[in-house]
Design a protein around this ligand. Structure first.
Ligand code: TMP
Length: 207
């Protein structure tokens, strides 16, 4: 396995159910006696949560490179303050989004140069790569509908359908290049069904 073995990320478009699945997998692993840290990006630290607010407030019209650098600022703080120490103490770390989100959103959807994104990610989190990633794949309109129903309306939810389709296609392209690490999961099903599939994969890989 090329990434950090017990470092798991969840990725996907808006409304794909990542936060629910992070929690369900965390609960399952804790019930099995594991030390588990659940975290999220942008966020995961006090500074990260402040950066998250700046990034998601609908009134902030932001340059794409400024946006990229803010996501990466949140990430470096998150990695140094939270992720590396947890991995060092032997915990399983589950994060709601990581570097693939930057490639999908700032790269594929916003059009920032991929070489720039990859170089910055290398500077920000050298040698830190999830060993396992679940890509929760879902129709874009369905995802946005779910979030509207949950009254979630941030700067990204206000983007066009075309933008979100570029994100979805970007994620699928990343997954095609790294099929070992990234498991594509059909997220149109119920949370329970999705969780059962995820747990089956984790069980098979780790036992
Ligand atoms: P969410 O965690 O509630 O999905 O919101 C985070 C938003 O930030 C989501 O729209 C995806 C976006 N995002 C990026 O554009 N780049 C990134 O690197 C990350 C981590 C998130």
């Amino acid at each position: 396995m090329s990434g950090t073995e017990r470092f798991v990320s969840f990725e996907g478009i808006e409304g794909s159910g990542k936060s629910t699945q992070v929690k369900l997998l965390g609960d399952f692993l804790r019930a099995g006696g594991h030390d588990v840290l659940e975290t999220l990006e942008p966020g995961g630290t006090n500074i990260g949560l402040k950066i998250r607010k700046l990034l998601l407030e609908p009134e902030n019209h932001m340059d794409p490179v400024a946006e990229l650098l803010l996501y990466c600022s949140s990430r470096v703080q998150h990695a140094r303050e939270v992720i590396y120490p947890a991995i060092q103490r032997g915990a399983i770390v589950i994060t709601d989004r990581f570097t693939d989100s930057t490639v999908a959103y700032q790269g594929f959807a916003r059009g920032v140069n991929m070489k720039v994104i990859n170089t910055i990610n290398e500077i920000v989190v050298p040698e830190l790569k999830p060993g396992l990633t679940f890509l929760l794949d879902l129709d874009v309109e369905e995802g946005l509908r779910r979030n509207r129903n949950a009254q979630k309306m941030d700067r990204f939810e206000l983007e066009t359908i075309e933008f979100h389709n570029r994100v979805r296609k970007g994620f699928l392209q990343i997954a095609r290049h790294e099929p070992e690490r990234i498991k594509v999961i059909d997220a149109s099903r119920s949370a329970e069904e999705v969780s059962r599939e995820i747990i089956k994969i984790v069980d098979k890989l780790w036992h």
